[in-house]
Design a protein. Structure first.
Length: 755
């Protein structure tokens, strides 16, 4: 009999131990991530009296796959449109917290005499709070419906995105002995270039592909296609110098804009959970008790740094983002822990061999301690606020309580200029990146083939150059036309042109600047592929661009491509509106009035099911207003008092933090109790023969009370035929009738005693 590979034995050990430990942590109401870390510690070689993993290299490979799927899932929860609609407030808060915590972490590491790269990576790890742990803490404490919780989650999303960029930057820093500012700027430019390129191409091509094959997609094929896209982008990302995890995140973000996003999230969840468990177990395997004992003082100091640093700098960041002092302190205190991204950053440092071995277990220990302290830090926010308010001058308290990130006054003309220039710059940047990518691909892949064929057929490569050049110009022609013509007929452009004559010269300058950029692309292609004089190349470029601008066919093609891209970008929103899952537009205007709208789902065993809104008295009990009910694909707006609730109904309620918190608690707690003896509720079929002494003799089936009093049902009467005879409610029961009755065991026994 052949032996099992070591990998299978290791996986069996890991998953069995992780299963039992996480069950224990679930019972203790602790995050499962900590359970995985403890399981990894138990199966590591550092525990000599227990079974340990044999081949750590294979487990590390699975852990790397886990990181890819974790970030792919994170990307699926990320929406480009959400970030664009957040405004400046969360961005200010996230950037302030990350910069301050990275600086603080670097200072702490330097104070202990650690190496330079240890300090840099430590700062990156301490700057990342845990989305999973904070969300669970909010849910356990009933705070998810409060306004500040939404603000925290917005900042956490931005932190996760900035963590991806940070990983790329740390990889760049680790690759050079002393990277200068130009390298960092170049790396940021490279990140921006490929992000825009991948998002634009991905949002154009992938929704189009999924739409064309939608009728062939079932759960299995959709899962395989999604994970295939994930792994493909991971490979592409590594080929251009980024990490596989970065590519997986990008692909998840692209798929997040498709109609299939919700289904993909559900399908990928088990895969992510499996490989994510292996990753976090591998994290626990690196925890060495000896290192923890040797670095007990730094661990304690880092815990205090996290708690005080996030409380201070987190509050400062949210204050600068426009929150009141009370909400800022609630938000800042909530983020006082080290998140899962710290482990990913630490894994990156170890794989690049730029950080010391002790740093990983130290950060894991800090994460475990701060995770346990997270609920206490959240509860401490309000008492600390009351204490601070009692000691601050009243004038300071008033200003901090009503602090808003205001915007300077601008005239209508300034606002139009701002919107127009912003749109023009964004449009020019995107189409320039697409044109650059096309030229790079054509010159790298197609040009050598064209030159080779041209040399074989004509003896020189000039014909190949011409063919490749014409193809390249034809492909980028819609992009160049959009660079020049886009926004020239917009409402902002017309308003500025007709409003004041002084605006016309700057407007003409914006058009000419974009013309120069478009000519520059054509000039580069001609200059690269020909030996013409500069003046002739410029003339050719101007002529070609003029033909592009005058071509109606090219105009239609350009507009068609842009509309298709916008349709792909909005497809998930359109699908959500059709099925009634998107919040109404007025929801965003309620925040300034200390109330907001929240979603609730009625549990299957809710005591509210089957009752009308009038009988529940929700407005009187909680002060909330139910504005809409989503039931499957049916949306009931402004339901009246006679509307009956059903299990699974999604309620949209309007109220303030306290009202919605009380409403949420009632929704989740007012349930029918679980049946402790459910095994005794089995339905059985029994045969009864009515004797002379039976109290049912002479009564109709309806009068007998078999259904109403004994909770049983007569299926039929056996009259000796092949099939049972159906019995009507008004048939009189007679001696010797053979009844077949369905009911629970206890009820059947009561009937048996009477018959």
């Amino acid at each position: 009999m052949s032996e099992l590979p070591a990998l299978v034995e290791d996986l069996a050990l890991i998953l069995v131990v992780a299963g039992f430990v996480t069950l224990l942590f679930r019972k203790l109401r602790q995050p499962l991530v900590l359970g995985y870390i403890v399981a990894g510690f138990l199966v590591s070689p550092h525990m000599p009296y227990l079974m340990s993993v044999v081949d750590k290299a294979d487990i590390q490979t699975w852990a790397d796959i886990g990181v890819i799927f974790l970030l792919f899932s994170l990307g699926l929860d990320f929406s480009i449109k959400k970030i664009l609609k957040m405004g400046a407030s969360p961005i200010i808060a996230a950037c302030t917290i990350i910069f301050c915590m990275m600086t603080l972490g670097g200072i702490v590491g330097h104070s202990f005499g650690w190496q330079r790269m240890d300090c840099i990576f430590l700062g990156g790890m301490l700057a990342m709070s845990s989305t999973t742990i904070i969300y669970k803490a909010f849910a356990d404490m009933g705070l998810t419906q409060q306004g500040f919780a939404t603000t925290v989650m917005s900042v956490l999303i931005l932190e996760d995105i900035l963590a991806i960029v940070m990983m790329v930057m740390l990889s760049t820093l680790a690759s050079g002995a002393s990277p200068d500012g130009s390298q960092i700027v170049g790396s940021l430019a490279k990140i921006g270039f490929f992000l825009v390129l991948w998002f634009v191409i991905g949002l154009f091509a992938i929704p189009l592909f999924l739409r064309s094959v939608r009728r062939f997609l079932n759960n299995e094929t959709l899962l395989v296609v999604s994970l295939g896209f994930c792994c493909l982008m991971a490979v592409v990302s590594t080929q251009v110098g980024f990490s596989a995890a970065f590519g997986a995140f990008v692909m998840g973000s692209i798929l997040a804009e498709t109609i299939e996003a919700d289904k993909i999230i559900r399908l990928v969840e088990p895969v992510k959970n499996l490989f994510g468990a292996v990753f976090f177990v591998s994290v626990g395997m690196l925890v060495d008790p000896k290192i923890l004992a040797d670095y007990a003082l730094p661990i304690l100091f880092l815990v205090l740094t996290i708690l005080t640093g996030q409380a201070l700098f987190g509050t400062l960041g949210y204050l600068l983002g426009g929150q009141s002092l009370k909400n800022a302190m609630r938000c800042g205190f909530s983020m006082a822990q080290v998140g899962e991204f710290a482990f990913i950053i630490a894994s990156l440092g170890l794989s690049l061999h730029v950080i010391s071995d002790f740093l990983y277990p130290v950060v894991v220990a800090v994460s475990v301690i701060t995770t346990f302290l997270t609920p206490y830090m959240i509860r401490a926010a309000d008492p600390c606020y009351e204490t601070l308010v009692s000691h601050l001058p009243k004038r300071w308290v008033r200003r901090l309580s009503h602090f808003q990130a205001g915007t300077p006054y601008t005239t209508a003309s300034d606002s139009l200029w701002k919107d127009l220039v912003k749109a023009m710059l964004m449009n020019t940047l995107i189409y320039s990146i697409l044109s650059t990518a096309v030229i790079t691909i054509m010159f790298s892949l197609i040009l050598p083939v064209c030159r080779h064929l041209s040399t074989e057929w004509t003896g020189n490569h000039w014909a190949g150059n011409a063919v490749c050049g014409l193809l390249t110009v034809a492909i980028i022609s819609p992009f160049l036309r959009s660079i020049v013509m886009k926004k020239n007929h917009s409402e902002e452009f017309k308003a500025l042109w007709t409003g004041r004559r002084i605006n016309r010269l700057p407007l003409i300058a914006t058009v000419l600047a974009r013309v120069v950029i478009a000519i520059g692309f054509i000039f580069y292609i001609c200059n690269y592929l020909t030996r013409f004089k500069t003046a002739l190349i410029i003339a050719i470029a101007v002529g070609v661009l003029t033909l592009m601008l005058l071509s109606r066919r090219l105009k239609k093609r350009s507009i068609k491509l842009e509309r298709l891209f916008i349709l792909n970008l909005r497809s998930r929103d359109i699908e959500a509106q059709v099925h009634g899952r998107k919040k109404p537009l007025f929801a965003g205007h309620l925040v300034d009035r200390d109330i907001h709208i929240a979603n609730f789902e009625l549990p299957d065993d809710s005591t509210w099911a089957g009752q009308t809104l009038r009988s529940l008295q929700l407005r009187n009990r909680f002060g909330v207003h139910v504005s809409s009910i989503l039931r499957g694909s049916l949306r009931i707006n402004i339901p009246n008092g006679d509307t009956i609730l059903f299990p699974g109904d999604k309620l949209q309620a309007i109220g303030n933090d306290e009202q919605l918190t009380a409403f949420s608690a009632a929704v989740s707690t007012e349930l029918h109790p679980e049946d402790a003896e459910i095994e005794k509720r089995e339905m059985k079929l029994r045969r009864f023969v009515l004797a002379e002494s039976s109290p049912f003799i002479g009564k109709t089936l309806k009068e007998s009370g078999i259904r109403d009093q004994y909770n049983c049902m007569v299926v039929g009467v056996d009259e000796g035929q092949k099939n049972l005879t159906l019995i009507t409610p008004f048939r009189s029961l007679e001696v010797g009738d053979v009844l077949w009755i369905v009911g629970e065991q206890a009820d059947l026994e009561r009937l048996l005693a009477l018959s």
